[in-house]
Design a protein around this ligand. Structure first.
Ligand SMILES: [Zn+2]
Ligand SMILES: [Zn+2]
Length: 339
């Protein structure tokens, strides 16, 4: 079968690989679509701390069940998405009910072969049935949507609050969509990329071009000088980490949704004097993944514009060049595993 294989820093190849060995305790899933995200870009760059070549990439996938073990909850033909987290079961967080932040957390598509291929054998308990009405492309957004569900929970976001989303990449845009759905009274989304800002406006959001306007001034202006209730840092850029404390109101919350791979300066005196709450968000619990399946169905039409390209698996060796090319405006790129 075909697979997109990471073979070393800045190298991926579409290769013929052996079909996985049949496993009578697992569900055989035919891959349909698989999304590409910042983590995959990190692996491709060779900077991911755990991913080791050769590795079949892909942790944001939707597939169709082909074979099931006895007593499975599924039947052949079911479309499914998979919770890709692999927790050790032994560490402190695993033993205390938070296996999603397992000290030895591993993921399908990062630490073991993932979904950018024809078939995978997956455990029954990590699979979620995709509702009939949910298109394949939107089902491929369930994993990043689960990241967003987590981040709203971590921020303790409540109806009527105001928010700033820093960064209009896939996670930033999905965060804005879910915030609107969750009843935010005002949402500002900032970025410096004109095509992403344009998409953001088309999706109905108040977009701030931080390359020629002060986000802080805009936030203060729309909030009567007070700042917003919650700031979601979805850009992963150091300058945003430095700016975020100035955007929150006294007693507000800062949620780190993006991963900052190197230490970034933060105005800690703002955290003191404004009594800010700074919270992190990593992945998602099983329950949050289940919520994301439900949300994907109710938000399907709103989410669709985030998908900017669908590339066939056979031609997917070029996806990282496409993402890096400023002339090709990618937000969420999906790979079609059937072509
Ligand atoms: Zn991802
Ligand atoms: Zn663990």
């Amino acid at each position: 079968m075909e697979a997109l294989v990471y073979t070393g820093p800045e190298k991926v190849e579409v290769q013929q690989v052996a079909l996985p060995v049949p496993c009578d305790t697992k569900v055989k899933v035919r891959m349909l679509l698989c999304g590409i995200c910042g983590t995959d870009i990190g692996i491709y760059s060779g900077k991911h701390p755990r991913a080791k070549a050769p590795l079949i990439l892909g942790h944001e996938f939707v597939g169709r069940v082909e074979e099931c073990p006895e007593h499975s909850r599924f039947v052949p033909g079911d479309r499914v998405v998979a919770y890709p987290l692999l927790s050790c079961g032994d560490c402190h967080p695993c033993r205390h009910g938070t296996p999603h932040v397992c000290a030895n957390l591993r993921l399908i598509g990062i630490d073991r072969d993932g979904g950018l291929t024809d078939h995978l054998w997956l455990d029954d308990e990590v699979l979620f049935r995709v509702p009939e009405a949910l298109p394949d492309q939107i089902a491929a957004l369930v994993e990043p949507l689960a990241v967003v569900v987590r981040t709203l929970h971590q921020a303790r976001f409540t109806l009527g609050q105001t928010a700033v989303v820093m960064g209009a990449g896939p996670i930033g845009l999905l965060t804005a969509v879910v915030l609107r759905h969750a009843g935010a009274s005002r949402i500002l989304v900032s970025d410096i990329d004109s095509s992403r800002l344009e998409l953001c406006r088309r999706m109905g959001f108040d977009a701030v071009d931080a390359s020629n306007e002060s986000l802080q001034q805009r936030v203060l202006q729309v909030s009567g000088g007070d700042g917003v209730d919650v700031v979601f840092e979805c850009s992963g850029v150091a300058s945003s980490a430095l700016e975020m404390t100035a955007l929150a109101r006294v007693g507000g919350t800062l949620c780190l949704t993006a991963t900052h791979k190197t230490p970034a300066p933060v105005s800690l005196i703002d955290v003191n004097f404004k009594e800010l709450t700074l919270v992190g968000s990593r992945v998602y619990t099983l329950a949050e993944f289940a919520s994301a399946v439900e949300l994907a169905e109710s938000l399907a039409d709103t989410l669709a514009p985030v998908i900017t390209q669908v590339v066939p698996l056979s031609g997917s060796a070029s996806i990282f060049d496409m993402i890096a090319d400023p002339a090709i405006h990618t937000v969420k790129l999906l790979v079609d595993c059937q072509s």
